[in-house]
Design a protein. Structure first.
Length: 333
């Protein structure tokens, strides 16, 4: 526990001496009642009746905010008699701490299946191990909208946030990846190129995508035809090239918006390829988040339209774990 936390709890304990009797005698206070409350924090005695989930439900309005309580407390050292801090306001927006700053890894998958020779195919048993590792080690899967809030310095997100993305729109997302993700209560972000949707039995259909979306998946664009957006055809005039790229970005968004009834904010550049002009066109088309395949994690000051992302190609755990970089140690004092 660091000094500021120690002093916070010490001050809180002093306050408890003055306030406990008054809280205890106030019949209008709802259970569980706080021992101390400021604008920023409430303090509770942990006990069987005060689980983190229950505190999230009663004090933060929804169990989905349980990570805020977990992040504010050192869960591994909390006994049943310990005091629990419940943050009442967003803390550490942008993930800035006195010993460094948060960074959000984005993982990139394509196909799932037993083929161990294709670099783009992840076998189900390995994918399961990877997802289990995320769950067992306290990682939380976030959406592009959550990530955008973090990058725009608008809202706190879990300290160990990670984005799982799956490109192209293969049926194995639905048949293989989804059941595994479900086991761990995870979702993913799927980037489809619209020409491929429903084209064969190997491709996701719009109905599949609607079903994945209703479960909590995010669906983004991977353009219309999966063309390299930086590459002009040999005989193409600059104007025609410009219009073709604009169409790849605009039309795919328009189709996805209409099919799924949404305002699509996410884009994955085919082959991860982009340049300054492509970024401008992507922004003009209405995308707010776009991912490359440039290796690395993403602190809040990363350009939201040129995010780093790690392709998960190796069918093992060591490299996977090395990609889960969620914190940069730098003294900001
Ligand atoms: Zn692709």
């Amino acid at each position: 526990m660091n000094n500021s936390k120690m002093s916070f709890i010490f001050i809180s304990l002093i306050s408890i001496i003055f306030f406990t009797s008054c809280v205890a005698n106030n019949s209008s206070v709802q259970h569980p009642s706080s021992l101390y409350k400021s604008n920023d924090y409430a303090l509770y005695k942990k006990g069987k009746e005060n689980s983190f989930s229950q505190l999230a439900r009663t004090q933060l309005g929804d169990e989905k905010w349980v990570w805020k309580i977990e992040d504010a407390n050192e869960i591994e050292i909390l006994s049943d008699s310990a005091l629990v801090q419940v943050p009442l306001k967003d803390q550490n927006i942008g993930g800035l701490f006195e010993n460094g700053y948060q960074s959000v890894p984005i993982l990139c998958y394509h196909k799932f299946g037993p083929d161990r020779t294709s670099p783009l195919t992840m076998p189900p048993d390995i994918f399961n191990q990877q997802m289990k590792y995320l769950k067992d080690n306290g990682y939380r899967v976030v959406s592009p909208a959550d990530l955008l809030d973090f990058l725009k310095y608008r809202r706190q997100i879990p300290r160990k946030s990670v984005l799982i993305t799956i490109d192209d729109g293969y049926k194995s997302i639905y048949d293989i990846a989804w059941p595994i993700l479900k086991k761990y209560n995870f979702t993913a972000t799927v980037f489809v190129y619209t020409n491929y949707v429903g084209i064969s039995k190997k491709a996701l259909t719009w109905d599949d995508l609607r079903e994945l979306k209703s479960y909590g998946f995010s669906i983004g664009s991977h353009t219309v035809s999966h063309a390299d957006l930086t590459k002009k055809n040999p005989d193409e005039k600059p104007d025609d090239f410009y219009h073709r790229i604009t169409e790849e970005l605009l039309l795919s968004k328009k189709i996805i918006d209409k099919e799924l009834g949404q305002d699509t904010i996410g884009l994955s550049f085919p082959y991860g390829r982009q340049n300054r002009n492509v970024l401008k066109l992507a922004e003009a088309a209405g995308y707010k988040i776009a991912v490359t395949v440039d290796r690395g994690s993403n602190p809040f000051f990363t350009n939201p339209l040129a995010l780093n992302r790690d392709m998960i190609l190796k069918k093992e755990m060591k490299t996977f774990i090395s990609r889960l970089h969620t914190f940069n140690n730098v003294s900001l004092k």
